[in-house]
Design a protein around this ligand. Structure first.
Ligand SMILES: Nc1ncnc2c1ncn2[C@@H]1O[C@H](COP(=O)(O)OP(=O)(O)OP(=O)(O)O)[C@@H](O)[C@H]1O
Ligand SMILES: Nc1nc2c(c(=O)[nH]1)N[C@H]1C(S)=C(S)[C@@H](COP(=O)(O)O)O[C@H]1N2
Length: 196
């Protein structure tokens, strides 16, 4: 029984004072586009935003993207302990529900790559029918966090968080997301899997 892939709108938000003011080239949005484009088989329309570390602007941007119909919004940057790092506060300020499992797993994954992963205060939340996830600002942390880590034989060392994203979006009434298993195998309970 074949079916068309559901289209999905995804907000991608790079939060960096210097990248947004031209101090350096933003690598966050291209890295998010690249990974999500490889991982998902659904047709994606991206809503990209490049903004400074301003709490009210971050919150307003997230609300705007949810209202525009993004089933998923992924941010990068501003999760650390520095005074200007306010992405988690801005995200929690507009949340209906926090999803603490994501933050717990994201820091576990990060620790396989850098001891300073413990410094990221990243959160994930639900607002309306949208899942919002914070990733750290280091462009390489995007793939690391979403995909996890495999050993040389291709065995999973640590699961990336994206495996749980499609089922989470099912549960909040969003589109049915399907992944390329070579990049990331989405996990759903058997009764939630659509036969292709
Ligand atoms: N959007 C980005 N594009 C490219 N590199 C980035 C980006 N965000 C962060 N980085 C890199 O990761 C490092 C650590 O990220 P961090 O979020 O601490 O940036 P930052 O230096 O605080 O940025 P800013 O102060 O301009 O907001 C940066 O020094 C930079 O090398
Ligand atoms: N997977 C992963 N997580 C990571 C990192 C990384 O390189 N990879 N960098 C850490 C570092 S050095 C910091 S300071 C925090 C916060 O980064 P941010 O302020 O750029 O969001 O994320 C951490 N989490």
């Amino acid at each position: 029984m074949s079916h068309d892939f559901d289209p999905v709108r995804i907000g991608i938000v790079s939060i960096s004072d210097r990248a947004s003011s031209g101090g350096y080239e933003d690598k966050g949005l291209p890295a998010l586009k690249d990974w999500l484009g490889r991982a998902l088989r659904n047709p994606i329309s991206f809503e990209p935003r490049l903004i400074p570390d301003e709490k009210d602007l971050i919150s307003a941007t997230l609300v705007e993207l949810v209202d525009a119909g993004c089933a998923l919004v992924v941010t990068t940057g501003g999760t650390g302990p520095a005074p200007r790092d306010v992405t988690p506060e801005a995200t929690l300020a507009i949340a209906d529900k926090e999803m603490p499992g994501f933050g717990e797993q994201m820091r576990q994954i990060g620790l396989h790559f850098v001891p300073t992963a413990i410094l990221s205060r990243q959160v994930a939340v639900i607002r309306g029918r949208s899942l919002i996830i914070n990733l750290p600002g280091q462009p390489k942390s995007i793939q690391e966090t979403l995909e996890g880590l495999r050993d040389e034989q291709g065995r999973t060392v640590v699961n990336g968080i994206f495996a749980a994203v499609p089922y989470c979006i099912d549960l909040i009434g969003g589109p049915y997301l399907e992944t390329d298993d070579a990049v990331c195998k989405a996990w759903r309970p058997k009764n939630a899997v659509r036969v292709r």
